[in-house]
Design a protein around this ligand. Structure first.
Ligand SMILES: [Zn+2]
Length: 713
């Protein structure tokens, strides 16, 4: 937005906060707008409510650019500026009877019959016919320049003669409870009193009217605004006075437009009003009272503060003495000692007596819980959250928990040993940083690597031990619960931990922490558990638990189980024995029968270690197999023998038939039963068994045939 100061009017509003108003309004800030007008390059301020420069501090200032948009404003402004100068152009002339006449109401030239209202010189009317913007010019000599302003004054006075209604500006006032309030502007009926007013105190107001039943001065300002001297005189005179600002008014306006501006729309303010003075006085008094009260409070607060400082210091000394008698119980001391931190706790930093415990206690907590366990999260650690953690743990004495900075600083100035808890923590962190225990990281501190790593390793090992211990405890509790009450007695897992592990001479609690003993104890406990679950072998020992009875019961039970098992084995063996015997019998019965079958089954054999086949089959599966082999050998042999007998019979039948065919019956019988040396001292009937023996016997028969046969006859 382009701002052209020459063509616009600029209003700057200041906001004032008035202390007395603030008080009388019950603490609500009450801003009074005051405008400073920059008309062209002049500047001027007026407070429409106060009528005088307001008291108070400027709290804020903001600017409002007050534009009358459109070309009209620019032209009007331009015209006003030109009329306000020596080149001002008059549009009203004064008739001999004193009346003002507009340029449009008169004849052209000297015929207008008007004089300048300011210098009273003769005027000549210039009109459009003269190729001018219509205006009055001075007939002889230079323009006096005062004409347009005088015209406005005269017109204003003229319209008040008709006793019009007029808008009075708002102002400060007091309500019925004597509080300062803003009385809004209001339109009132005026009564014209005199055209001019003169009094011994040399007040010459522009207008003197009566309104709201009191007398009122009205000042019409065009180029000359009332100065402080005038305001002072008005105050002395005690007559209310309003100033109407017509400086922005165009001089060539109609009477109606000017009347509207004067009576209502032009800016206006009180130059003086007794009500404003009273309200102002009231406000000033309120302000003074408020200041006095403030001062009193300030003095009181300072004294109270001093008292608190002294109390704080003595409380700190007291706490320090009490702490000296306190015995310290450092948590996780062993852990700190093992990891080399023990020398870094117990540092007497300033403010250490703010804590309910000796420094080594809370410092150990900072190292273990905050830095190692990271109980405040994985972020970096700072003094304030650490202090809050200690406070939650109840480690900070009540009286030092909330010490505001001013009090702490003043106390520390007097007693250098004092510091608020968070500063004590901060000092401790700084000490640790100097010792290399902590290192700066981002905006806070973390444990230095060479301290953090071995500690973490140790903690992990510790966790494993703890887990092992936990498992052992659980198992022991289970075991004890499994035992009959009379055997368990008063034993608990805790009493067990405190009993002595005979093998190492340590208590179980300590032995379970030992890398050598713990696995052995765990194994023994597991064996006991397995025994009670009726599985596994009998445990070697009792692991210090009252399980002798259970072991005995288990032993008996195991023996019983073994006996039953044996019996079962025997039965099974018997069943198998019987089965093998059966299988051999079935096989043998298929192949053999009668006495042959019995003879085979019940004859002892060398091949069967002097056992019968039945005995061998009953003895074992290999025995059965061997008996079966013997059976098949026998069967094959019997088959062969059967074949030979049949052949022999065949040849016997053949030789009998041949002998009967060739010999007479008495000779054939003799032949068949005669032993012969040629036939191995056997009879032919006995001798024949196959083709060759048959042929030999047949040859012998031929001999008999030749000797006794039918053929030889
Ligand atoms: Zn003049």
């Amino acid at each position: 937005m382009r701002l052209d100061l020459a063509k616009s009017s600029l209003s700057i509003f200041f906001s004032f906060v008035d202390r007395s108003t603030q008080l009388s309004q019950g603490g609500v800030q009450f801003a009074i707008g005051t405008s400073i007008r920059l008309a062209g390059l002049r500047n001027r301020w007026r407070d429409p409510l106060l009528g005088a420069r307001p008291k108070g501090d400027i709290l804020s200032c903001f600017t409002i650019f007050d534009f009358d948009t459109g070309a009209g404003m620019g032209d009007q402004e331009e015209a006003r500026q030109s009329y306000g100068s020596d080149r001002a152009q008059l549009v009203y002339g004064q008739k001999p009877n004193g009346r003002l006449a507009h340029i449009t109401e008169v004849q052209r030239g000297l015929a207008c019959g008007c004089i300048c209202p300011a210098c009273r010189g003769q005027l000549v009317a210039r009109t459009k016919a003269d190729h001018h913007v219509p205006h009055f010019a001075h007939y002889r000599g230079e323009a006096c320049g005062g004409g347009p302003e005088t015209v406005l004054h005269l017109l204003a006075k003229e319209m008040f003669r008709a006793s019009p209604k007029m808008l009075l500006p708002g102002r400060l006032s007091l309500d019925h409870r004597k509080r300062v309030v803003t009385k809004p502007s209001q339109e009132v009926q005026t009564e014209f009193l005199r055209l001019e007013y003169t009094d011994p105190k040399t007040i010459i107001p522009d207008l003197y009217v009566r309104a709201l039943e009191y007398d009122l001065f009205v000042e019409v300002a065009v180029t000359h605004f009332s100065d402080e001297a005038k305001v002072r005189r008005l105050r002395e005179h005690r007559t209310p006075a309003v100033e109407v600002d017509l400086s922005r008014l165009s001089y060539d306006l109609t009477r109606e437009a000017i009347a509207d501006a004067v009576l209502r729309t032009a800016p206006r303010w009180w130059l003086y009003h007794p009500g404003i003075d009273v309200a102002e006085t009231n406000r000033r008094e309120d302000e003074e009272r408020w200041r006095a009260a403030q001062d009193e409070r300030r003095v009181g607060a300072a004294a109270k503060h001093q008292k608190r400082v002294v109390e704080l210091i003595s409380a700190y000394w007291e706490a320090s003495n009490a702490l000296a008698e306190e015995s310290s119980q450092i948590s996780r001391l062993e852990e700190l000692q093992a990891t080399g931190f023990a020398e870094h706790v117990g540092i007497e930093v300033a403010g250490f007596a703010c804590f309910a415990v000796p420094p080594e206690v809370w410092q150990a907590i900072i190292l273990t819980e905050v830095f190692h366990d990271r109980c405040l999260g994985n972020g970096v650690c700072k003094a304030v959250p650490i202090t809050q953690h200690l406070e939650k743990a109840g480690l900070i004495r009540q009286q030092f928990r909330r010490v505001y900075a001013g009090l702490a600083d003043d106390a520390a100035m007097i007693e250098p040993d004092f510091a608020p808890p968070w500063k004590a923590v901060d000092a401790y962190l700084k000490h640790l940083a100097r010792a290399g225990v902590l290192v700066q990281h981002d905006n806070g501190m973390v444990l230095a690597r060479q301290f953090a790593e071995p500690w973490t390793t140790r903690t992990l090992a510790e966790k494993q031990r703890t887990a092992a211990m936990h498992a052992a405890m659980q198992a022991v509790e289970w075991i004890l619960a499994e035992l009959p009450a009379e055997e368990r007695g008063n034993a608990t897992s805790e009493s067990w931990l405190d009993s002595v592990h005979t093998e190492s001479g340590m208590k179980y609690r300590a032995a379970l922490q030992s890398g050598i003993e713990a696995p052995k104890i765990s194994a023994e406990i597991n064996a006991a558990v397995a025994m009670l679950e009726k599985r596994g072998p009998l445990p070697y020992g009792t692991v210090g638990l009252p399980i002798e009875g259970a072991i005995q019961r288990r032993k008996v039970q195991m023996a019983k189980q073994a006996g039953e098992l044996r019996k079962k084995h025997i039965q099974e063996a018997e069943r198998l024995r019987h089965s093998r015997r059966e299988r051999l019998c079935i096989d043998a019965e298929e192949q053999l029968s009668g006495s042959g079958l019995d003879a085979f089954l019940n004859t002892t054999r060398d091949e069967l270690n002097r056992m019968t086949p039945l005995e061998a089959a009953e003895d074992s599966e290999p025995g059965l197999n061997r008996a079966r082999d013997l059976l098949s050998v026998l069967v094959r042999q019997l088959a062969r023998e059967g074949d030979a007998a049949a052949e022999r019979q065949h040849y016997q039948d053949k030789i009998i038939a041949e002998a009967k065919r060739r010999l007479a019956s008495e000779h054939s019988e003799a032949f068949l039963n005669a032993r012969d040396d040629d036939l191995g001292r056997m009879t032919p009937l006995m001798f024949v068994k196959d083709d060759s023996t048959y042929r030999k016997a047949l040859a012998k028969l031929s001999e008999w045939d030749r000797e006794f046969g039918h053929l030889s006859r």
